[in-house]
Design a protein around this ligand. Structure first.
Ligand SMILES: [Zn+2]
Ligand SMILES: [Zn+2]
Length: 366
């Protein structure tokens, strides 16, 4: 079986993913907001705002931070932080070596030197090393492993796919991009929690890296678009991140706690395979630490609270709600704050929902 429009299909799904991640097209609303409604004078500076953003917590400088008028999806007109960061700030300035590894070369590549993926097919589905996912896919009829045991890989930036095969997908880095977040200064509770869907934006992580909900699993070419069941699997690195096809790095996990997931009973990846997240640009091994700001304005922490310097399950500190959030004082917010926690052993480990309202296009990249 072959798919004569396979390349187009991949390109379309990349555009779709990107479009979904960016929350839609067109920038008229935003340019109006930024040019006409910016309020940065007098006491109305980001530093003086009474919300939950503190620049010092993000480990990297913004290229700009302002207060602007904004409208939330609940219809409320309010004030937002408009925070712009350079892309790929967890790698060097060229984006080279931005975390990784991604697609493994062969089915004999050491799992500790391979990226990870989510496979949703019949044979051994789930979150796993791409060494294993590729073999599961191949067993299910996706021709992704060649006769020599090499795993077919494709750089989405270059579009090198051939008909009739399946691929492990990666992409290049574009560190000239800027990522802008709009986050309400004063969080407003929704009437119902918002369930995060696949590749929904979650918020801004430390270093200004976007936090994005569940990664796509195997992306199958659609019938009618030329698809024949060929499937491709996007590669995540061992910190749960990867570059978008447009070139900006983002996380699908709360990286501060991803090693907690690898070491958990359900996965046990570290002991079995030596899989763990490490990167010299950021401390990924502090599962109690501040991890970012959700797009509804509430902070996000790792999987644990710290009580007398001991990692403690959040629920024992103050009962957590369905979004894995609760209120208490933290080192960063000594007056107390509602905040989310990463899941202790889930994959992905993001809080499953948001309690507050947010801007529909909360993140833009250009
Ligand atoms: Zn992604
Ligand atoms: Zn807590």
């Amino acid at each position: 079986m072959s798919s004569s429009y396979k390349k187009n299909t991949i390109t379309l799904s990349s555009v779709l993913i990107l479009t979904l991640m960016l929350g839609g097209c067109g920038s008229d609303d935003d340019s109006d907001t930024t040019s006409d409604d910016t309020t940065t004078t007098g006491s109305d500076t980001v530093a003086d705002a009474t919300g939950n953003y503190q620049s010092a917590l993000f480990d990297t400088a913004t290229t700009s931070e302002e207060l602007v008028d904004c409208t939330l999806e609940n219809g409320s007109s309010t004030t937002c932080y408009q925070l712009t960061f350079n892309s790929n700030t967890v790698g060097d300035t060229e984006g080279e070596g931005t975390v990784g590894p991604y697609c493994p070369d062969t089915i004999t590549t050491d799992r500790s030197e391979s990226g990870l993926g989510v496979y949703d097919g019949a044979t051994n589905p789930g979150f796993q090393s791409l060494v294993d996912a590729a073999q599961g896919m191949d067993a299910d009829g996706y021709d992704i492993v060649d006769e020599d045991g090499n795993i077919r890989m494709s750089d989405l930036t270059q579009g090198s796919e051939e008909e009739g095969f399946s691929y492990c997908l990666s992409a290049g880095f574009d560190s000239t991009l800027e990522v802008t977040f709009l986050i309400p200064v004063t969080p407003e509770l929704r009437s119902e929690p918002y369930e995060l869907g696949t590749i929904d934006s979650l918020g801004v992580g430390v270093n200004g890296v976007p936090l994005t909900a569940n990664p796509p699993s195997v992306t199958v070419a659609e019938e009618g678009v030329g698809g024949t069941g060929s499937g491709n699997i996007p590669a995540l690195d061992q910190c749960g991140g990867h570059p978008d096809p447009s070139g900006y790095y983002h996380w699908h996990f709360i990286p501060q706690s991803i090693n907690t997931v690898y070491e958990s009973e359900d996965y046990d990846f570290t002991e079995q395979y030596g899989i763990s997240c490490s990167n010299s640009f950021i401390d990924y091994d502090e599962p109690t630490s501040f991890a970012g700001l959700a797009k509804d304005g509430y902070p996000i922490y790792g999987a644990y609270d710290s009580v007398d310097a001991v990692d403690t399950l959040p629920d024992t500190v103050a009962t957590v709600d369905e979004c894995n959030g609760h209120s208490h004082t933290t080192d960063e917010f000594p007056d107390g704050v509602y905040h989310y926690h990463a899941l202790e052993g889930g994959a992905p480990n993001l809080p499953p929902c948001l309690m507050g309202s947010f801007v529909d296009r909360s993140v833009t990249v250009e």
